[in-house]
Every structure is written in structure tokens, then in C-alpha cells.
Design a protein around this ligand. Structure first.
Ligand code: DSN
Length: 416
């Protein structure tokens, strides 16, 4: 007898997946860290590779039956080496946080001093925030941004680094709209003898094509997720210089993880192939052009855009002048089909769970081939909703208009 399909076996889960598919089709995905993986990436991740254990690395595994797995992992690595110009790549981290933990394990001992951009200024939890293991097991000295322009102040980073002599210095962000000066971070790390780690989770797609400068070859180690601008499956990757290859590999396995997720590795390999195509470079440039256009349109409508605009894929909006808290705005926008996230802004007087800001990203709408005309429409809709976040009639009308728009822009990987 044939095996039952998902909907025959588990109609509840099948229905929920169908609903999520519909939601992803009918709404505008504006969460800066999200994207749509292609059908080919999804096919690889939904394959039999999920069945296989393969602790170790290619040709040095602890289980038999690795004929295909070794080739898949080697292909992922060689494609990424070419794409990023890296000496060594590890594709086994389960995601960005485990990749970052591997950096700590490879280079630090508990109690060492580390420095990263503070979470309230756009840094990541794993760059030493107090509630993360990285802020508990290490002495974290966060740096911030300048009050006047909300940009990272490299002189402040230098001053703090000279005072605290960190073992590890992070250059990486999750809610920062400007270009990172990796060379300046390198010179500071050299001055104080720190290991320089760049976390390019948000921007790795832009880095792959040169739309954002690359830290590969500058930083000692570079970490990334694989599902944001890079548009692969949900996973992690680490690039490092040859001299640190063994330490990083050992930290990932056996230091932190057991068997790698081979279905994810295959998806990463497919995404790396997609990223080598000339149209991917155009795509990544379009992400930035769209973010700039959306930022300009929002400024023209009286929104306060942190730093005045963006150099990358994201925008941080301070809603204080609109007298609407970030959470109220993001919930109303979501009801209107524009799905973003509320976010703290630098020097936010409000609490992290109820902050003043909104974070917007253009990677996913750009994957749907939406261009500047849509960004202007989006700014109009946002203006309407943020000005009246409790007007349910208006919200329902906009949600309908968003649905109509989405019908003309199929999302990669989404079956309609
Ligand atoms: N959760 C991711 C983001 O939204 O930026 C970072 O890990």
C-alpha cells in the first residue's frame, strides 16, 4: 500500500502549513531577517538527507554510508569558498547563534573580555548581551552608536578596546542600516591583540556579490546565517583563515554539535549555486535600491528614519514623532498585510518588549521582484496605517489592496 500523504496522515499539520503558505503569499514580508528560499532549496531541504547521521567532516566520519553526504558537504564548501573568497568554510552550524558560540569556544575561555555592538544599538544577543550565555560566561563590554547620528563611533570602539583589551571583538549587527568599516575594526583588533569576528548574518547575500564590502580576509573569522539576504535554508556557516580552520571545526564538532543537518547543507549548496548566477548580483543591488527608495519615501511622509536612510537591506524607523509605539504600529501593519517587527531604536526610552521603533527589510519583497513603484505604494500604506492604527475599516481595505498586489508578484518557493 502506498504511504499516506501528509494531508491524509496529519490533516491538522497539513492545514496549518497550507495556511502559512497562503499567509506568505498574500502578505508583504518586511521582516529584515526573512526571505523566501527557492523551490530548489526547499526540495533539497525536504529530501531524504534528513535521515542521515554524519558526525565528523568529509572523509573523517563516525558512521558509514557517507558516499553522497561527503560530496554534498564538499560541494557546499567549494561553492561558498568561490563565492566569498574564503580559505576555509564550515557549513555545519545549525544557525547563526551556534556559529557564534563556536567562535567563543575556538578563541575564548569563560571570563574573557569580549566586545560587540550592544543589543539596544542594533547588535545581536550573542555578541555579549546580558541575558545570553555570551553575556553570562564572558565579561562583555558593549559599544554603542553616536548620539548625534546613530552611527557606530569607531573612536569609541578604539577607546573601549584600549581600556578593556578584549580577547574577541565582534563587528556585526542585526538592526543597523549602515555599512560596517571592517578595516577600521581590524586595525583596532590589531592594536589590542584581539581576535576579530565579523557576523554578517544579515548582509551575507550583499557581501557575496560585493554590494556590501566583505570582511573575508580581513576578520579572523566570519559567521553568518544562510537564510536572510543569502536566501538559503535556515542554517549557519563560518568562514575563516586557514590558520584557524582546525580550531573552528573542532569547536563546531565535537565542541558544540553532533551530527550536521545534511538536508540543510544540501540547501546551502543550492543557494550558493543560485548566488553565483549574474541575476543574483542584480537581485542584491535591487534589495538595497528598494530599501533606499522606501526610506526616502517614508522620510517624505514625515517618518523619522534612524541615521536618515540606509546603505543596506534594512530601515529602522523611530515612531516617537508619530505618537505610536512600535508594537502598536507593527501589529496594525501586520493586520493590513505588511509584516514587520517592532524594534528598539538607539537610546530608546521605552522597554525592549514595547519599544519606539519598527524594523523593515526589503530582501523578501525584492525576491518577489517588487521594485521602486511598489516601495512608494508601501510607504503610502504605512503612512495610512500608522496614522490610524485602530481604524479597522481602513486596515481591512489596505489588507485587500496588499492581497491584490501580492497576487501579481509570486514568491519563490510558495505554491499558490
Ligand atoms: N532573529 C534575527 C533577526 O531578526 O535579526 C537575528 O538572529
Amino acid at each position: 500500500m502506498a504511504e499516506p500523504t501528509l494531508s491524509a496522515l496529519d490533516p491538522e499539520i497539513a492545514r496549518l502549513i497550507k495556511e502559512e503558505n497562503k499567509r506568505e503569499h498574500e502578505t508583504l514580508r518586511l521582516i529584515a531577517s526573512e526571505n523566501y528560499a527557492s523551490r530548489a532549496v526547499m526540495e533539497a531541504t525536504g529530501s531524504c538527507l534528513t535521515n542521515k547521521y554524519s558526525e565528523g567532516y568529509a572523509k573523517k566520519r563516525y558512521y558509514e554510508g557517507q558516499e553522497s553526504i561527503d560530496q554534498i558537504e564538499e560541494l557546499a564548501i567549494s561553492r561558498l569558498k568561490t563565492l566569498f573568497g574564503a580559505e576555509h568554510v564550515n557549513v555545519q552550524p545549525y544557525s547563526g547563534s551556534p556559529a557564534n558560540l563556536a567562535v567563543y569556544l575556538a578563541f575564548c575561555k569563560p571570563g574573557d573580555t569580549i566586545m560587540g555592538l550592544g543589543l539596544p544599538f542594533g547588535g545581536h544577543l550573542t555578541h555579549g548581551h546580558s541575558v545570553s550565555i555570551t553575556g553570562m560566561y564572558f565579561k562583555s563590554v558593549p559599544y554603542g552608536v553616536r548620539k548625534e547620528d546613530c552611527r557606530i563611533d569607531m573612536e569609541e570602539v578604539r577607546k573601549l578596546a584600549k581600556e578593556h583589551r578584549p580577547k574577541l571583538l565582534w563587528a556585526g549587527t542585526t538592526a543597523y542600516p549602515r555599512t560596517l568599516d571592517f578595516a577600521a575594526f581590524r586595525s583596532i583588533a590589531d592594536e589590542v591583540g584581539a581576535v576579530l569576528a565579523a557576523d554578517i548574518a544579515h548582509i551575507s547575500g550583499l557581501v557575496a556579490t560585493g554590494v556590501h564590502p566583505s570582511p573575508v580576509g580581513i576578520a579572523d573569522v566570519v559567521t553568518s546565517t544562510t537564510h536572510k539576504t543569502f536566501r538559503g535554508p535556515r542554517g549557519g556557516m563560518i568562514f575563516t583563515k586557514k590558520e584557524h580552520a582546525a580550531a573552528i571545526d573542532k569547536a563546531v564538532f565535537p565542541g558544540l554539535q553532533g551530527g550536521p543537518h545534511n538536508h540543510t547543507t544540501a540547501g546551502i549548496a543550492v543557494a550558493a549555486l543560485e548566488a553565483q548566477a549574474p541575476e543574483y548580483k542584480v537581485y542584491t543591488q535591487n534589495i538595497v535600491d528598494n530599501a533606499k527608495a522606501l526610506g526616502e519615501a517614508l522620510v517624505a511622509r514625515g517618518f523619522s528614519v534612524v541615521t536618515g536612510g540606509t546603505d543596506n537591506h534594512l530601515l529602522l524607523i523611530d515612531l516617537t514623532n508619530k505618537n505610536v509605539p512600535g508594537k502598536v504600529a507593527s501589529k496594525a501593519l501586520a493586520r493590513a498585510g505588511m509584516v514587520a517587527n517592532y524594534n528598539a531604536v538607539p537610546f530608546d526610552p521605552r522597554k525592549p518588549f514595547d519599544p519606539s521603533g519598527l524594523r523593515l527589510g526589503t530582501p523578501a519583497v525584492t525576491s518577489r521582484k517588487m521594485g521602486k513603484d511598489v516601495m512608494l505604494k508601501l510607504a503610502d500604506w504605512m503612512d495610512e496605517i500608522v496614522s490610524a492604527p485602530e481604524d479597522e475599516a481602513k486596515i481591512a481595505r489596505v489588507a485587500g489592496e496588499v492581497r491584490d498586489l501580492c497576487a501579481s508578484y509570486p514568491a519563490p518557493g510558495i505554491v499558490v
